[in-house]
Design a protein around this ligand. Structure first.
Ligand code: IPD
Ligand code: CA
Ligand code: CA
Length: 287
């Protein structure tokens, strides 16, 4: 077991690197989640009929928290299932986490609706931020056994292969992804306006139900862009560093640099970023 005393290299605690812990933890949680497919126990609603949580989400978060705190007991932990459910509580928790020296930002199951329906597109998302800057990100897809990992300044990899964002330069060549936000009053209508405006301009749109995995796919060059309003740090933090380290760009929908407090998210290969921003601006779809 790693000792609690950190040595002079901030990325290493007595030999167990932050990245190694993130990878091992995501892989273990992902395997466990997969083993629970089809037997998730009790299904509860959170903020709406579209916002689901199961015993598996809670169990996965507990497992992740325990594994991380074994190695880094003094680090702060921000997990989706451990914060309150009102918007204010979520934003407050994220704002506090942004100030922590080291904070692990965790979505224990991103794509719970898919998990509940047996649709194999869900992931575990784990990021580590140092004073608000993301330094490690891991997204694990247990259905395909694909682990996406990035470390600040060291590139992004999937199964040991370096990832590079796509090279498409015209919207008409771009496959992009989005989602349907669970807040049907405030966030869904502008997001729909954005989709309506984007659909005729891009090659096609996918809304597959895991923001973290969509962002990993942008990093891997499988998608050229991702747009969704009303997300939270646990959905996007790991994906953001994956994309940046693969050469892409992540901002809010006004074009400001991505931060843990960013909610309305636009990610791309960088080349089509300004074109995507312009379409959603013209459509009054910035959120
Ligand atoms: C959801 C997924 C989905 C996105 C929703 C998120 P959850 O996360 O990322 O793709 O459209 O906005 O809330 O609830 O499955 O962790
Ligand atoms: Ca999520
Ligand atoms: Ca979740």
């Amino acid at each position: 077991m790693a000792s609690q005393k950190e040595n002079s290299n901030p990325a290493v605690v007595t030999g167990k690197s932050f990245t190694a812990v993130a990878i091992n933890t995501a892989a273990k949680a992902g395997e466990w989640i997969k083993s629970k497919l089809g037997s998730y126990g009790q299904l509860s609603l959170k903020t709406s009929a579209q916002d689901l949580v199961t015993e598996v989400d809670k169990g996965s978060e507990k497992m992740i928290r325990n594994l991380i705190s074994t190695h880094f007991p003094h680090h702060t932990f921000l997990g989706e299932e451990s914060v309150g459910q009102t918007e204010e509580e979520k934003q407050e928790a994220i704002a506090r986490a942004s100030e922590a020296e080291y904070v692990w930002v965790v979505d224990p199951v991103d794509g719970t609706t898919n998990f509940v329906h047996g649709f194999p597109f869900f992931s575990v998302s784990i990021a580590l931020a140092h004073k608000g800057e993301i330094i490690v990100g891991v997204v694990y897809d247990p259905s395909r056994d694909e682990l996406f990992v990035a470390e600040k300044g060291k590139g992004a990899y999937v199964h040991g292969n370096k990832m590079k964002v796509s090279r498409e330069s015209e919207l008409a060549q771009c496959l992009i992804a989005s989602g349907f936000p669970v807040d049907q009053q405030k966030t869904l209508p502008p997001n729909m306006r954005g989709l309506q405006a984007l659909a005729p301009q891009v090659r096609n749109i996918r809304t597959s139900g895991s923001a973290a995995l969509h962002m990993a796919y942008v990093a891997a060059g499988r998608l050229s862009g991702f747009y969704e309003l009303g997300l939270n740090a646990w959905d996007t933090a790991a994906g953001a560093i994956l994309i940046q380290e693969a050469g892409g760009k992540v901002t809010d929908t006004l074009g400001n640099p991505y931060r843990l407090s960013t909610r309305h998210t636009l990610a791309s290969n960088g080349i089509v970023h300004s074109s995507l921003l312009e379409v959603i601006k013209q459509a009054d779809a910035q959120g």
